[in-house]
Design a protein around this ligand. Structure first.
Ligand SMILES: [Zn+2]
Length: 190
């Protein structure tokens, strides 16, 4: 329902709000993307419909905004499921991978963690404390999957994949570290 409501809105003039905490002195991020979308929808590019998807694999990748997987990994539209979350953690990606494999038929998985990742800058206890202080939340039982060692985190996530009953075990699953400073991928062997 939400998606339908949003697309209904987007087909019409984007309603740009300037109220609340994001006043004109602090342009809202969402207002900016609505304006960009209006420009896109009015352009020729919006009429170039993508061809039939032919998925070749699924990639689990950190949500770090500095990494543009389309460019870095050479992925034309329709070729890959790119599953992103904080850290590129496998535990959070299994649901999407199961759907990618069972519904869309992907038969390879690449896991990518990266240097200079924000996940190494906090601990579970740090985040639990912040959530308690800022939101009054009790996150005692929550694991935010922070990590400090990159190779260890990749190996741990390959193990998480191998231990899951809902993803295929008869296909290649490989883990990598992406170096933000060189743009290079390096494989981590389990
Ligand atoms: Zn990251």
């Amino acid at each position: 329902m939400l998606a339908a409501a949003v697309s209904w809105r987007m087909e019409r003039e984007p309603k740009v709000t300037t109220q609340g905490p994001h006043s004109s002195s602090h342009p809202s991020f969402v207002d900016d993307i609505l304006r960009a979308n209006a420009r896109f929808a009015a352009s020729e590019a919006a009429r170039e419909l993508p061809g039939q998807a032919s998925y070749r694999g699924a990639i689990v990748l950190c949500m770090d905004a500095r990494i543009d997987p389309i460019r870095v990994l050479g992925l034309p539209p329709g070729t890959a499921h790119i599953i992103r979350n904080a850290g590129g953690r496998m535990a959070e990606a299994l649901r999407s991978i199961a759907i990618s494999q069972q519904v869309m038929g992907t038969r390879e998985v690449a896991l990518v963690h990266h240097t200079d990742c924000g996940m190494a800058t906090f601990t579970n206890d740090d985040l639990r404390r912040r959530l308690h202080e800022e939101l009054g939340a009790d996150a005692t039982g929550s694991d935010f999957l922070a990590f400090s060692g990159l190779e260890e985190s990749v190996r741990e996530d390959l193990g998480v994949y191998r231990a899951s009953a809902i993803v295929r075990q008869d296909i290649p699953v490989r883990g990598f570290i992406y170096d933000i400073s060189t743009g290079r991928l390096r494989e981590v062997f389990a």
